[in-house]
Design a protein around this ligand. Structure first.
Ligand code: AMP
Length: 378
């Protein structure tokens, strides 16, 4: 799936290219067409899933393509988020995506003087990104008019609730037109959130994507920069460490998986592969050998690894970096289960750096670089 497949207009395609996004994330794949069709959304998704772009891109497209001259500089989009950091972050992202689109954006939160915010409002804006408290304050002072809002987003709704913003949200939404498109995102869906959703959304499409992008906190992640041809030597080197006890290795291809197993067996390390070209019984027996520790290493392709549930996996090794950032999160989620600590090691060759960059963006933190190894290429 590409962004072109999602029928985004050229300025937005340029924006995602500028940002270096290669492919849409799962939530973007689902949310973008749904929002473009004018439907409400109830999205269960955490930060790090790419959800900001998932709502921002289609909203910008709708604002741009359904431009009504009379409505210019009337607030047509309102985005609410719980904290000033999140508000600032969403706003910065939208500013980047909307470059060259002649849309005005204002960012509203408390803790600073309201002067700059009210000035922007008075000049006329198309999009408001706001924390509920300050927004309501400005509304009560007569600076904000929301009767032309067409798109409403509530981001991290559960956190807004936890922070006691429910009454503010109710007061704000009461001033919006009934006829509008609403998108509500929440990492969790307790009863109160469902109640809020029921009152604000009309026939929403539910998107459930939480586990896709949140790497387990207990997994330490590191990356080894290495030449492609040295990966097999690096693997043997890493496996010399006895602490690397029970290892699931991922390759991108079936052929790659077989090759890794061959190299390992040649070095006296017990390993087997599971992938689509293996019969079900071969896969079952490989998995059984791995589970009962007859073999130390299992090598798998992403498809074949689905549903593998192995306790006490100490390490996941990305022998090849996956093209999809979410796949990385899925892979490393195999270790660090049930409170165990685990480690994810990624072998990155020069041609895979773009994939790694996307992973960083998705998980939003740096991965520790191991440079003290015999095959480093820095
Ligand atoms: P969010 O979940 O919206 O907080 O986004 C998490 C991070 O992922 C942000 O830094 C985005 O810039 C980045 N991001 C969003 N969409 C993509 C994509 N399709 N590919 C790579 N990174 C992305």
């Amino acid at each position: 799936m590409t962004f072109e497949n999602l029928n985004l207009i050229q300025p937005l395609l340029n924006a995602v290219t500028r940002k270096g996004y290669l492919n849409p994330t799962p939530i973007q794949e689902k949310a973008i067409p749904t929002i473009l069709q004018g439907k409400d959304i109830f999205g269960c998704a955490q930060t790090g899933t790419g959800k900001t772009a998932a709502f921002a891109l289609p909203i910008l497209q709708l604002l741009e393509t359904e431009k009504d001259r009379n409505q210019r500089r009337a607030v047509r989009t309102l985005i609410l988020a719980p904290t000033r950091e999140l508000v600032a972050q969403i706003s910065a992202e939208i500013a980047e995506y909307s470059k060259g689109m002649d849309l005005r954006l204002v960012t509203i939160y408390g803790g600073i003087s309201q002067h700059a915010q009210t000035q922007s409002l008075q000049r006329g804006v198309d999009i408001i990104v706001a924390a509920p408290g300050r927004l309501l304050d400005l509304m009560n002072q007569g600076f904000v008019h929301l009767d032309k809002v067409e798109y409403l987003v509530l981001d991290e709704a559960d956190r807004m609730l936890d922070m006691g913003f429910i009454n503010d949200i109710r007061k704000i939404t009461a001033r919006l037109p009934e006829k509008r498109q609403t998108m509500l995102f929440s990492a969790t869906a307790p009863a109160e959130i469902r109640k809020l959703a029921a009152s604000l959304l009309h026939n929403p499409v539910q998107l459930n994507l939480s586990p896709d992008s949140a790497p387990p906190i207990l997994v330490s992640q590191s990356v080894y920069h290495v030449k492609k041809e040295n990966k097999k030597l690096l693997l043997t080197h890493v496996l010399q460490n006895d602490a690397v006890k029970h290892v699931l290795i991922f390759t991108r291809t079936k052929h790659g998986a077989d090759k890794v197993v061959k190299d390992l067996l040649r070095n006296g390390i017990k390993a087997r592969a599971i992938h689509g070209n293996k019969s079900q019984s071969a896969r079952d027996s490989a998995l059984k050998d791995f589970k009962d520790r007859t073999i130390r290493v299992l090598v798998a392709t992403d498809v074949a690894s689905r549903g593998i549930d192995v306790d006490k996996l100490t390490h996941v090794i990305n022998y090849e970096i996956p093209e999809q950032a979410e796949t990385y999160v899925h892979r490393i989620g195999r270790t660090g289960r049930a409170g165990e600590t685990g480690a994810a090691l990624s072998f990155c060759s020069a041609d895979e750096k773009a994939y790694l960059k996307n992973i960083h963006k998705l998980i939003r933190h740096d991965i520790n670089v191991v440079s003290a190894h015999p095959f480093t290429i820095n």
